[in-house]
Every structure is written in C-alpha cells, then in structure tokens.
Design a protein around this ligand. Structure first.
Ligand SMILES: C[S@@+](CC[C@H](N)C(=O)[O-])C[C@H]1O[C@@H](n2cnc3c(N)ncnc32)[C@H](O)[C@@H]1O
Length: 228
C-alpha cells in the first residue's frame, strides 16, 4: 500500500491523539462533514444488505456510529466494534444504552478473532490512520468467512472540492477544538491516502474482489465493498 513513509503514524501517537479528541470527535465530525456524514454512513451500510443474525465487525469503530447504524438497519445482527482508544470506546458504550453491541479494545492489525468468523466487516475512516495498513487488510481478509464482505469508507479523490475542504476545515476547527495539531494531522493523512482506484488494487492484491463502489460528494468520500 503506497503510504508516505516520512509521515509518522506511530500507533502509540495515534491512540493518544484519539484519546485526546474523543470528547469532541462526534461534534467536530458533524460540522466538518457539513452534516452529511451520518447520511453517507447510513447509505453505505444499507448497500451491504446485512442479513438477520449475520456476524458483523466494525473495525476502528471509534464512538460507534457504524455499529449503531447496523443495529438500526438490522436489529438482529450480531455486532462487534473494535478500537484501540479507550476514550472513543467509552463514548461508544455510553451511547449503546441497551447494550446491543459488543465493544472490544484491540488493535486491528492483530485481531483477537479466529479466521473465517464474520459475514461482514466494515471500516469507516480508519485505515488512513494505520501505520501498517497492509497488515490490517490482511487481518480483515483472515477473519471474514469465504464470500464475506468488507465495506470500506473514507476520503476518496484528491480533487478540487477535496482541496476546498482542506482549506475551509482548519477555519472551522479553530472555533471548535483546542487540539489543532490533531486536526491538521487528519487533513494531512487524507491528502496522502491512496485514491479509490489504487486502494481497490491494494485490496485485490490481498485476495479481495470488488463488488461495488459508490462515491459521495463528487468523490470526496468513497465507499468500496470488497468480497472475499
Ligand atoms: C477517524 S476515527 C473513525 C471512527 C469511526 N469509525 C467513524 O466512522 O466515526 C479512527 C479510529 O480508528 C482507531 N484506530 C486507529 N488505528 C487503530 C488500530 N491500529 N487498531 C484499532 N483502532 C485503531 C482510532 O482509535 C479511532 O477511534
């Protein structure tokens, strides 16, 4: 996976950064996405066609957005969320009032699950933050059952609209967060993340086949469904 080696994504630093910004993460996400993020996440999960009682894992689940959407769309799904930030997980658990999701603390480059376990794996805005992204993708492939689906959602094309976004976001962050370095990291990580075509090739090189791709906001956000 083509990544900029001079840009550090040391796991300990990434973990500390998400612990630090956890309390404002949801609010800033909502503002930074101009309120579109929940709609995009909903549409992406809907496209997966999750069946009742399917086993689903949300990798880099953060505050649990995707887990909640999965339960909303298919309440009988068996959903696990995994993340290595305690503070992000604490918020996810608080929001899961009926305790319908199993939240685990763990590293997605070394998943605590046997192979061929899950029918669906989802990852939203996670891979971009992982130093050893190749290992994470190999892990997703390992834990999926044959025929299982991986839905990956993140920033996509580095186009004009994406550049406008990069310029306007810091202005918004200035008002909302005291952790400006964390958000300048997020913009930088977005700029060096592979575009969807390259990402799909990377997934294919690990054994996945492309099932579906959908772009949102003129390609600024992109979703891929890969099949094992
Ligand atoms: C940008 S947030 C995305 C959260 C959520 N998926 C969403 O869509 O809002 C990225 C999350 O990935 C987690 N993360 C990054 N690297 C990880 C790793 N190696 N193992 C587990 N979690 C990781 C961070 O702790 C953070 O909660």
């Amino acid at each position: 996976m083509k990544q900029n080696k001079t840009f550090s994504k040391e796991p300990k630093n990434i973990q500390a950064m998400f612990n630090l910004i956890a309390d404002k993460y949801d609010l800033i996400n909502k503002v930074m996405s101009f309120g579109t993020q929940n709609y995009i996440k909903y549409k992406s999960i809907k496209k997966l066609g999750i069946r009742p009682f399917a086993k689903v894992i949300d990798l880099c689940c953060g505050t649990g957005d995707l887990c909640r959407i999965i339960k909303q769309i298919e309440p009988a799904a068996d959903v696990t969320g995994i993340d290595f930030s305690d503070n992000m997980l604490e918020i996810a658990r608080k929001k899961d009032k009926d305790k319908t999701v199993q939240y685990l603390r763990g590293d997605v480059t070394n998943l605590p699950c046997p192979g061929n376990t899950f029918d669906f794996a989802v990852m939203g805005f996670g891979l971009r933050n992982i130093q050893n992204a190749e290992k994470a993708v190999e892990e997703v492939y390992r834990i999926l059952k044959p025929g299982g689906c991986f839905m990956h959602l993140d920033f996509g094309k580095h186009n004009f609209l994406s550049k406008v976004y990069d310029m306007t976001t810091p202005l918004i962050i200035n008002f909302l967060s005291e952790n400006k370095s964390a958000y300048s990291y997020l913009i930088k990580s977005k700029q060096i993340f592979p575009e969807p075509e390259d990402l799909i090739k990377d997934f294919e090189s690990k054994g996945f086949k492309l099932k579906k791709r959908k772009d949102f906001l003129l390609g600024v956000i992109s979703m891929q469904i890969m099949i094992k």
